[in-house]
Design a protein around this ligand. Structure first.
Ligand code: HEM
Length: 127
């Protein structure tokens, strides 16, 4: 069998738009309800959260080779000043990994996606 990882984008191998959107829909309520990191979304309007969710979806589409154009701000500018800590980052990753389990995201796609997210860490974590 051909090694699909050599010929197909990570975006396609993960299931494309519907799969990304479905995971994104589950991720945000988890983050918002979290006792530790939910504070970052406290008192934000539903529309602001909807907008952020859409931008995150576009960002993840683009960085995995999918057909979109990211029109949001760069991640450092977006998150600078929020005071996101290394602990906050671990909690965030915990939710992401739990959803990877829930959606049965296989290897090597799971590790490839986590590596991409890990690369954004220095732009997001303040201290
Ligand atoms: C602990 C981890 C994170 C926290 C607490 C967090 C929190 C937030 C918050 C509160 C906003 C809204 C900012 C605003 O509207 O002014 C935001 C925006 C955003 N975040 Fe995060 N974030 C985290 C990780 C990530 C990661 C890992 C990514 C992508 C891989 C990401 C992508 C985005 C994008 C694309 C936006 C919208 C940018 C824009 O408004 O132009 N975030 N984040």
């Amino acid at each position: 069998m051909t090694d699909q990882s050599a010929v197909t984008t990570l975006y396609a191998r993960l299931g494309g738009y519907d799969a990304f959107a479905a995971l994104n829909e589950e991720l945000f309520p988890r983050l918002i309800a979290d006792p530790e990191i939910g504070r970052f979304w406290k008192n934000r309007s539903a529309d602001s959260i909807r907008r952020e969710k859409q931008l995150a979806l576009e960002f993840n589409t683009v960085v995995t080779g999918g057909p979109s154009y990211y029109i949001g701000r760069d991640l450092a500018t977006t998150h600078r000043g929020m005071g996101i800590t290394a602990r906050d980052w671990e909690v965030f990753l915990g939710h992401l990994i739990a959803l990877f389990d829930q959606f049965s995201v296989p290897e090597p796609e799971r590790s490839e996606m986590l590596a991409i997210i890990e690369n954004t860490r220095t732009e997001i974590v303040d201290r």
